[in-house]
Design a protein around this ligand. Structure first.
Ligand SMILES: [Fe+2]
Length: 147
């Protein structure tokens, strides 16, 4: 069912944006300014371009949209982080979670097309694009310097 998958995506994207915000607030180390900004841009991009739009798409499809912390925790497909990892571990974790969400969006795309939901497919394509760009940046940050 299209709406069930969209609800899972909403919860996962929300959880990931909160995690990036947690990292934005709590990251420490010599690269603090870059990391603080990077995590800030990440959560703002994901939050701003996914959450409300996706929640309203679920309503357009005549289903109710989940809107509680408890439901998001139940539905989210990424692991919650209650600790404060070191900066590099934060980056690695965000990379893994970003890949997970990207894969979920990619799985969703043919489902939307199959149901003749071109508008929704368009939105999904824009999210695939955005998370692909995030993946590139995260990969580049994590790359070790050549010896
Ligand atoms: Fe901030």
């Amino acid at each position: 069912m299209l709406t069930d998958t969209l609800k899972t995506l909403l919860a996962t994207a929300y959880a990931l944006s909160i995690k990036a915000q947690n990292f934005h607030w709590n990251v420490e180390g010599p690269d603090f300014p870059q990391y603080h900004d990077f995590f800030g841009n990440y959560y703002e991009e994901v939050y701003g371009n996914t959450i409300d739009k996706l929640a309203e798409i679920i309503r357009q499809l005549d289903s109710y949209t989940p809107g509680s912390i408890l439901r998001y925790a139940e539905l989210s497909q990424i692991e919650d982080q209650t600790k404060i990892p070191r900066a590099e571990l934060m980056m690695q974790e965000l990379y893994i979670d970003n890949e997970k969400l990207l894969a979920m969006w990619k799985e969703m795309f043919p489902m939307a097309e199959q149901e003749n939901q071109q508008g929704i497919a368009d939105f999904i394509a824009s999210r695939i694009d955005a998370h692909g760009k995030h993946a590139w940046m995260l990969r580049s940050i994590l790359k070790k310097e050549r010896a």
